[in-house]
Design a protein around this ligand. Structure first.
Ligand code: AMP
Length: 283
């Protein structure tokens, strides 16, 4: 499965991407994350991106397209991927179309998370507070001033993608103001309707998925996710057989009830006729 998550900063793309990763066993490809890693590692790409990112601008298209193209070729992306934060401009979307065509890959869906702009600032503030609580380094671009700029660039450069994908019949819009698990469920329903996922791919509960976070192959998290999926499968199986058993029991009860009623009726009518015969004999 290959999907794109579209939405302004603070719309919950990252959170939903992580939950979908757990649910469907695909990878999250976040250009923001990759660029932050490049900045931290001081690579040539990182050096170019550092200032642009800190000011809330967009890194040149050729850089992010190159990063994504290389990442899609990695073995862990073979099962599918969620693009988070890419494409962000129409030229990037066109480049992605070309790239996928070249790699003989198909895009399943573009999910737009629609949110009230007024909620975005407080969401980002919450994210910053949570990161501080966990002792994580806070993003330099998560400040009210830079967020305003990131929002402006979303409106002018990224929002046209809504039209781009809707014209190509790829766009599904989800209300991003709902609770996290409701948004996940709505995305799942949409993917089901599009035939992008199997009906049985319910996976584990979102709560445990959220606890686990994204898992890398071979890690403890991945093993735990596998185990949880197995348990869920087993549970589903036993639930199915329990349902069958209940059905069977209901049938049996009905059958025996019918028999008892028949017997009682028979007995009653026998008794009745005996009484009548006795009465007649008395007379
Ligand atoms: P994000 O984590 O998606 O909010 O991205 C953080 C920053 O990385 C953005 O504000 C941009 O400066 C840069 N960035 C991430 N993805 C892209 C992209 N597809 N095109 C250009 N710049 C990007």
């Amino acid at each position: 499965m290959r999907i794109i998550l579209l939405g302004p900063p603070g719309s919950g793309k990252g959170t939903q991407a992580q939950l979908l990763v757990q649910r469907y066993g695909i990878v999250q490809l976040s250009t923001g994350e990759m660029l932050r890693a490049a900045v931290a590692a001081g690579t040539p790409v990182g050096l170019k991106a550092k200032e642009i990112m800190a000011s809330g601008g967009l890194v040149p298209d050729e850089i992010v397209v190159g990063i994504i193209s290389d990442r899609i070729d990695q073995p862990d992306a073979r099962q599918g991927f969620i693009l988070d934060g890419f494409p962000r401009t129409v030229p990037q979307a066109e480049a992605l179309d070309e790239l996928l065509k070249h790699k003989h890959m198909k895009l399943d869906a573009v999910i737009e998370l629609r949110v009230n702009e007024s909620a975005l600032l407080s969401r980002v503030e919450t994210r910053v507070a949570q990161m501080r609580e966990r002792g994580e380094e806070v993003r330099v671009d998560d400040t009210p001033e830079v967020l305003t700029k990131r929002l402006a660039s979303y409106r002018s450069q990224t929002e046209p993608l809504i039209h781009y994908y809707s014209e190509r019949r790829k766009l599904s819009t989800i209300d991003g103001m709902m609770a996290i698990d409701e948004v996940t469920r709505a995305i799942h329903r949409q993917l089901l309707a599009l035939g992008a996922v199997e009906p049985k791919s319910h996976g584990k509960s979102q709560a445990s998925a959220a606890k686990l976070g994204p898992a890398k192959k071979g890690t403890k998290k991945a093993k735990a996710a596998k185990k949880a999926a197995k348990t869920a499968k087993k549970a589903a199986k036993s639930a199915k057989s329990a349902k069958k058993a209940v059905k069977g029991a209901k049938k049996a009860v009905k059958k025996s009830a019918k028999k008892t009623v028949k017997k009682t009726v028979k007995k009653a009518s026998k008794k009745g006729s005996k009484k009548v015969t006795k009465k007649r004999a008395k007379r």
